[in-house]
Design a binder for this molecule. Structure first.
Ligand code: URA
Length: 438
């Protein structure tokens, strides 16, 4: 494979702890996309970087190279402040379904390009697909027109947008090179920069269910994302938020839409609603609203039903059945077999978050391989969190399964994944850190 790029030299330099220059990274990514650098070489270089670490300059250059590999969206013609929100991936993490409409109700404009589930984590597009009729394949023109009228559109990225990230991500997925702050930051931020929003709020997850479980790496990732965004002229901030246990009760596609609707209807409190409010207020702060005013504004809009109205309009604009906003289970697909899991008596001391996500995947809510079909109806309702007391006979989870065998499998698995003890346990904080926000 002929390449003008001295790939072997770059691999060796990185392996020995050296740094790659901006021009070298730009040439390398262009050559990889042109098939002049093969997957084995790229994987070796990525692994060297995962082990040795990448510098901030390397992460900034890699982001630039990824953005340059494809089209970008120009939102400068939109009237309101353009905002994007992105989570690094979690379990029961459907916050975009609430934060998007809430920010639109606050006068922001969101043209959001979302992804499908990855590994043990869920994806916004898969959740929206569970609403009958909903279309995620909008053209850039349709996306922009809808944002002008509704304030919000959520669509799949086209093949032309950041194609180098698509290839690199697939390679990282099978070569053990996902867990690097620089690689995750460049992957996430390339999509945010190409998406065109002037303000970017990131939800960087930390804990067992996150791609980077340890707090120091999660804060590193948050800081890197913020410096990449700011160095490209975007107002960027990050909340580092808890993923040591699933965020919402629902884990599975239709179940997560139902939780979001309940929250928009004001019928659900708890950690999921609280994080939606924190993220929405953080994004508003980026647009210039003072912190306390931002928090008051988003709470009032949510409680007044303004975000619910936006959600209904957004669903209808993308061809979905708007009844979902008023009576979700009239239109969402329900699983044929539903059964509770009752663990006995005790205090919940730990929940194996990643493996709960994997369990929902085994029920059919996720994919084993790219392109697999998912079952929108199945998943779990987790009815307890760390620190909760469970009494004998009280259900701690409800399984939504396709078959009785799956229900039995899930009950047996849950007994391993939710740990009960006798001593009181403090729940983990919801927001661990803030980067780029007061
Ligand atoms: N999400 C992304 O878009 N990229 C990563 O590398 C990890 C999570």
């Amino acid at each position: 494979m002929a390449s003008a790029v001295p790939v072997t030299e770059l691999i060796v330099r990185k392996r020995d702890g050296g740094e790659l220059r901006r021009e070298e990274i730009l040439d390398l990514i262009a050559a990889y996309l042109a098939d002049e650098v093969d997957d084995a070489q790229m994987a070796a270089l990525l692994m060297a970087g995962v082990i040795r670490g990448f510098t901030t300059d390397e992460a900034v250059a890699l982001t630039e190279a990824l953005v340059a590999s494809g089209d970008t969206i120009d939102l400068s013609a939109l009237a309101g402040p353009t905002v994007d929100k992105h989570s690094t991936g979690g379990v029961g993490d459907g916050t975009s379904l609430v934060v998007g409409p809430l920010l639109a109700a606050a006068g922001c404009q969101l043209a959001k390009l979302s992804g499908r589930g990855l590994g043990h984590t869920g994806g916004t597009l898969d959740k929206l697909d569970s609403i009958p009729g909903f279309r995620v394949d909008l053209t850039p023109e349709q996306l922009e027109a809808q944002v002008q009228t509704v304030g919000l559109a959520i669509a799949a990225a086209t093949a032309e947008l950041v194609p180098a990230d698509k290839r690199l991500y697939a390679l990282r997925d099978v070569t053990g090179t996902v867990a690097s702050p620089a690689l995750i930051a460049s992957s996430v931020m390339s999509k945010k920069l190409a998406g065109g929003a002037a303000h970017v709020l990131l939800d960087v997850k930390v804990g067992d269910g996150a791609f980077l479980p340890d707090p120091a790496s999660a804060v590193d990732l948050a800081q890197l994302c913020v410096s990449i965004g700011e160095s490209h002229g975007r107002r960027t901030a990050a909340l580092v938020t808890d993923m040591s246990q699933p965020l919402a009760d629902g884990i599975g596609n239709a179940l997560e839409v139902a939780v979001a609707v309940d929250t928009l209807q004001g019928r659900r409190g708890g950690r999921f609603r609280e994080l939606c409010l924190e993220l929405s207020a953080g994004a508003l702060q980026l647009t210039g609203v003072q912190a306390a005013a931002a928090r008051t504004q988003v709470e009032e809009l949510l409680d007044a039903g303004a975000a619910l109205d936006r959600f209904r309009a957004f669903v209808a604009a993308q061809g979905g059945d708007p009844t979902v906003a008023d009576d979700p289970w009239q239109v969402l697909p329900a699983a044929p077999v539903i059964g509770d899991w009752t663990p006995g008596d005790g205090v919940v001391s730990a929940i194996a978050c990643r493996r709960i996500g994997e369990l929902a995947g085994r029920l059919g809510a996720g994919r084993r391989r790219q392109g697999d079909r998912i079952d929108p109806a199945v998943g779990l309702e987790l009815l307890v969190r760390v620190g909760d007391r469970v009494d004998d006979g009280q259900p701690a989870a409800r399984v939504h399964a396709r078959t009785e065998d799956d229900l039995a499998m899930a009950r047996a698995a849950l007994a391993e994944l939710v740990e009960l003890g006798d001593a009181p346990v403090d729940p983990p904080p919801l927001v661990h850190d803030r980067v780029g926000l007061e």
